[in-house]
Write a protein that binds this ligand. Sequence first.
Ligand code: HDD
Length: 709
Amino acid sequence: MKKQNKPNPKTVQIDAHVVDNQNRTMTTNDGVPIHDNNNTLKAGERGPSLLEDFIYQDKLAHFDRERIPERVVHARGSGAHGVFEATADMSKYTRAKFLQKGTVTPLFTRFSTVAGFKGSTDLARDVRGFSVKFYTEEGNYDLVGNNIPVFFIQDAMQFPDVVHAVKPEPDKEIPQAASAHDTFWDFISLMPESAHMSLWVMSDRAIPRSLRMMEGFGVHTFKFINDQGKATFVKFHWKPKLGVHQVAWQEAQKISGYDADFHRRDLWEAIDNGDFPQWDLGVQLIPEEDEMKYSFDILDPTKIIPEELVPVQIIGTMTLNRNPENFFAETEQIAFDPGRLVPGIDFSNDPLLQGRVFSYADTQNYRLGGPNFHELPINRPVNGKYNNQKDGFHRTDVLKGNVSYFPNSLGGGCPYHAMLKGEKGFESHAEKIDAKKIRERSTSFADHFTQARLFFNSQSEAEQQHIISAFSFELSKVNSVAVRRRELAILNQIDKKLANGVGKNLGIDPPQQLDELTLQFARQNHPNYPIKPNKPEIEKSPALSMETKAGEGSIETRKVAFLVADGVSKKSVDKMRKALKAEKAQAVLISTKVGALKYKEGDTEEVQHSYLTDASVCFDAFYTPEGDSIEVLKSEPDYIQFINEGYRHCKALAFAKGAESLIDLSYIKMKGMDKGVVLESANDLTGDFIKVMKGHRIWEREADRKIPV
Ligand code: HDD
């Protein structure tokens, strides 16, 4: 798998299974040519169908079994193939071959939402799954993470509970893909350990602009193991090259109606256009000796290690460069499992991670119908698998010979143990354990609010307001006043501004003390709860704010709506189009109708989008070119809606000469001009527009957000 001009081994492996129907006669599943695929076999023209119609049976029997159980969580997902190139010398820390400098490894990445069913909207407020299967030369390694670096719970035993709480309520199966309901907040308000993650989920991290513009985290602390068997604790981070961006909550809700596949489409189209998304893989390395050095426990999955304490070192880059050939065969059937490792990586004793080690293979066995799911093309290791496991449902490998046991002499002692030939296979880290069996929680896991506070403190003013709005929205949808109050008591332990802001919107004064029920449950894990927390190393971490990660001023692949109508000036369109193209941003013409757009200059251009089919929320910025179209747009209410919404959502708007008159019809007139409204008559039209777009949003407008639309 070294960098060579040879074909990607995973592509070659999958291609061997690709079926192309071009120029083929239709056959049954047994390869029998089909003469007529429209009519069942009947006794006479108007007679009953015959049982002997094996062609009909073949077709229907397959159809009747076309659904498999969806994933119990992360059912809704989108994936793509790619490669990882290691760029740093990691040999000091890990013997994993795919992490050695210069190695290129094929991979498949699947992004997902957690709570919604398979057909739910992409824009739900939710955690996003971020799973990568590396097909390394030492077997498959799965990094199954999220776009949020902490988790709701500390012990895997409670995973079914948190999932049951967030999923639709079991009596009425409502709501779909939403945490804004009673059972979720009932659970969260009884579980102070979920305070930190609940802040992340109520932040804009939970409504990404694109799957290509979000960070990924391995969440747990893992271990790197080097050639000498020495361990180093490690946390994994994926850093998107396009920056970290979000949509506004109101946008998310509207996008769900206009394009429920917004993220899936965006990923597919970007790869299809050759705009391959990239992420750097970063690691935080903690020497074994430093395990107990921090004010928090590095084994606790509700805690981050602030980047200011342990910097993230970049060790390689992932590029997603190929869309799947078939969604079901690849994205649906891929089986991730954080419990499968390659030599050089090991688990830590994080009790959440330890519990995951069981659950994933178990669920794949069920979901994919038996123990041979490893043989599905998407799951096969590229280096082959050789062992004595055999038979079972859907076995496809044809094991040769009469030997399927070890030790054997008849099969030449094969397949042999690595150590028998002086090779090194996977060896677990020889950690010394001397302990009693107990069912308890470590006291070092009992501080639930310090890092939640760190997160809130580290957000910009606008980001803090979004968190307050999100909590207010979610808790307003909770019917139980007791649950609302209990959650407010938790928020009050984190930050007064947060609790008071939400309390004001709910009409409840936040209680000063945690609710008795919350304390009662917390004391089951920590009898002396609440426990005095250690003094944190830092009070603020700039790395936690999305605003500081908004990208190095790139607008690559961002979508700009050109708001046009017949009579628009081609010169005015092309001027902006050219400038955006130079920045690799996309121009999308939106007109009063699809089909041929007539330019003022006489030419025509095919338009795919209209005010009827598209909405402002699906675009990053807006441009109104000059021309006779301006008169048409004056009486087009959907045009006015576009710019009103764009303005409200703090996006950049540019107006060519003459188009400024349209501003008078919008709320911009009422609320006033700002740097985000770029006029050709007053500004460098293209230069200033691009400059404002690079800032992503005009946050100053946030102070006056209640503009009606
Ligand atoms: Fe999980 C799927 C991420 C805790 C049990 N999980 C799943 C997927 C992601 C995560 C991204 C989708 C994989 C795919 O695309 O197919 N899960 C996480 C993270 C966790 C976490 C980051 C905490 C840090 N999960 C977790 C626990 C358990 C599970 C504690 C059980 C004890 N997760 C599952 C599962 C799923 C799953 C039930 C459902 C479908 C699947 O595995 O393949 O086994």
